[in-house]
Design a protein around this ligand. Sequence first.
Ligand code: ADP
Ligand code: MG
Length: 698
Amino acid sequence: MTNSIPELYGSLVFNDKVMRDKLPHDIYKALRKTIEHNTHLELDVANSVAVAMKEWAVENGATHFTHWFQPMTGFTAEKHDSFITPIGDGQIIMEFSGKELVKGEPDASSFPSGGLRATFEARGYTSWDPTSPAFIKDGTLYIPTAFCSYSGEALDKKTPLLRSMETLSREATRILHLLGQTDVTSVSTTIGPEQEYFLIDKDLYLKRKDLIFTGRTLLGAKPPKGQEMDDHYFGTLKPRVSAFMHDLDEELWKLGIPAKTKHNEVAPSQHELAPIYDTTNVAVDHNQLTMELMKKVADRHGLACLLHEKPFEGINGSGKHNNWSMITSTGVNLLEPGRTPAENIQFLVFLVAVIKAVDEYADLLRISVASAGNDHRLGANEAPPAIISIFLGDELTAVLDSIEHDTFFGRQEKVQMETGAAVLPHFFKDNTDRNRTSPFAFTGNKFEFRMPGSSISVAGPNVVLNTAVAESLRQFYKELEGTPADKMEDAVHALVKRAVLKHKKVLFNGNGYTDEWVAESEKRGLYNLKSTPEALPCFTSDKNVELFTTHHIFTKQEIFSRYEILMENYCKTIHIEAKTLQDMIRRDFLPALMCYTDAISTSINEKTAAADLPCTAEKKLLTRLSGCYDSIFELEEQLEADTKAAEETVNIEQAAKLYHDTILPDMEQLRAVADAAEEYIPDDILPYPNYEALLFSV
Ligand code: ADP
Ligand code: MG
């Protein structure tokens, strides 16, 4: 392997450089045109590309190819075909055609479709997304594809994402032309998803059924030390973690994934990786690959990577900050305020477009991050609340304020930081401070959506963001259309003022963790959709169906089917958790507790027989633990009965309500007693590793 990182970087990617080297010039140009302008790709071009791709892949050790897609499971899917084609005489050649590159026909019947696909229409189609580069992994050429049903409905996360990117590009370009930026031909959205995760010892992981089956611990007493000392955040990397990160970086770089930042996070054993931002669909694909490689590389290092939103009680869970912006074909970041944001009308239009979008479609943003796992984070004072508001920072707030009140906004000079030490270099303060409690924060030249959970595909939140902002821009265009050029500045000013007046209720610079904000947000009429079953029904409201159908992101049928899939997922997740907890209690925990109480009573009997000792403490402990045994037994029976009732509930909304209102509290109660008992059980009797071992052993 090469030691040079620039050489290593992208070495397994069929990227622009490889295309230029391998493809005849006219074919290369035709392909670029398709990639840049979303134009149709002719079959003869596809054939040439396929030949070049296969040659390159075989040179780099590939024997197979796969269409790689992102069904509604939240994971990626692949089916490998080899390049071999028999030519008689028992001989073969390696072949790959344009048709195989462009289209695949996997059986779709075993992927979630939410009733979209009748079983007699089992066929699904995958079609090549030429805007996301193909790559080689484990001897297979991976071709990023979209996945749809026989009748053309989207069955995946990529199709709506691509649709939403095209819509935003069209609406943004139209309005830029109106503002005089006629050289802009398209607008892309960019994201940089920061990924949090936990690393624990693999041997310990394998001893916990809850981690294996549900990704989170369902039992476990708190260790004496948690994250209260704030000593893990940005702390020195332990050698095993450092070796893992090093290895991971190299694997990611080979695939052209620009992993940039790595550090320890707040909770013990928690870490973060951030890439350099990229076009949204490429970055979404890269994030899926990053999650997959994290698990794989961890395994090589005897570690297990946990991507669940809340693997451990009592310490922070993991999120995935979605940094988002828009960039023109001419290279301008549309959320860059420049030195004088008050005079930058283009910036103001796009800023208020986002504010309006977030205010009007806060419910959809909330839904886009809703899952059983993420419900443990949102509103738990470690992640943003379930209420969506926007943090703008002082300067932009003042700019919008002055527009609203027709007052003059004086240019703010940047303040130089005074560190008090002459040896330190001088630098300027950023215009936006960090407000960690805001779910949607302006951070200088982009927005950071902080609600997504660590395990989800960020396709969903970005579909909502892109579409909602496109809708704002569509309405703005209608308001501004026909305005003469010399009146445009005034017209935009008036438009921004109207939008600020109407949507400022979603702006909030304060502490989002407080009860006062909950009360205040209610007065302002903001959504507070606390749990997944509470949030999901908003997906199918008239307002939201209209948004998605107007912009051709989802058909009404696709929306309802997705709603169904999300609800089912929620129920299934908690059902598996309930069953796993029952199993652990019945077959592991109670027998261990029995073992320990037996040992105590034997000791009492022996001491009494030998010396007629009173055994006061032992008896007290025995009584306490025996009481726990009774409670746990009873609570487990209750959980079992309630789980059965939920299983038998046909109506999906009612079932989700049961899982949320009854099963989760059952599990919590049961856990509380078991955890209290665990504190007394010696490590060698406890049937699985405790929190101390899990969190502090790497
Ligand atoms: P933080 O302090 O939250 O880590 P950073 O400035 O390091 O903030 O950026 C975090 C993420 O935001 C990185 O992945 C970075 O690439 C991404 N980012 C920066 N600029 C943009 C942009 N214009 N569009 C999308 N993401 C961006
Ligand atoms: Mg961040």
